[in-house]
Design a protein around this ligand. Sequence first.
Ligand SMILES: C[S@@+](CC[C@H](N)C(=O)[O-])C[C@H]1O[C@@H](n2cnc3c(N)ncnc32)[C@H](O)[C@@H]1O
Length: 274
Amino acid sequence: MGTSRPRGRFAGRTELEPASHDELPGGAEQYSHREVNKQSWLRSFGRRKGRKLSESQSSLLSDDLERLKIDLSARVDAGRLAQIFSSPVDDVWLEIGFGAGEHLIWQAEHNPRVGLIGAEPYINGVVSTLAAARERDLEDRLRIHPEDAIPLLDWLPAASLARAFMLFPDPWPKTRHRTRRLFSPFLLDKLSRVLSPGAEFRFASDIASYVDAAIGHAEAHPAFGIVQVFTSKDRATVPDWPATRYEAKAVRAGRSATFLVMKRKAGPLPGPEG
Ligand SMILES: C[S@@+](CC[C@H](N)C(=O)[O-])C[C@H]1O[C@@H](n2cnc3c(N)ncnc32)[C@H](O)[C@@H]1O
């Protein structure tokens, strides 16, 4: 087991203390933006395919994914996002980069009045999630975007999400790759439009430099405030936050993780469409 103390510049801190961008390792500019121009951005994910799919897995893609996939060419009006689900839901939550889907499925199972949207370009992970959703009869409250989350964020109506998750995003540990990291001011801008005031955004990582950068970005963003920071040691303090596959792998390798809970502040939404 690794240490459960916060790492990097948060060593010794249990609650969040304000940090300035100057404290970010290597300076803030290396994490400053991943948008390349208004139409494109750096790819933040690795491979899209793993092991060859079996026949039954392929049929999950052709049958279930076809039914559950979000059609980004069909516009949804503000206040009507819940209607993309075939069961009534009070709130809609989003998980970006759900991997094999264990957290997404857990949240769907434990929150029967919530509709879950998951974005994940790794097709083997999408298949595992579809199989679990079918087995547990959760398909009515699950919708999948089997691609990069950014176009999905642009498609979602303003203030339509009550919660979002991004758990253990690809770490991109090499300095020259850090602009590929998904958690960035660019992403926070996109999320600030689609999260409703007061909505939670949960993030976790086992990479100290990523955690430090994420905290710096969240503190610097006018639409977000950080409400909680804890490490693996205090994992049980948030019982509705189950471990993911990647988290289990990090723990086995002796790495501690840091968990952030951010809130979308109340106030006008940025941008002309706000
Ligand atoms: C390290 S894995 C973690 C998966 C899972 N959240 C977990 O904790 O086990 C990161 C995942 O994020 C996905 N990902 C990376 N960039 C993404 C993007 N732009 N949109 C959606 N998913 C993305 C990757 O395909 C990968 O499955």
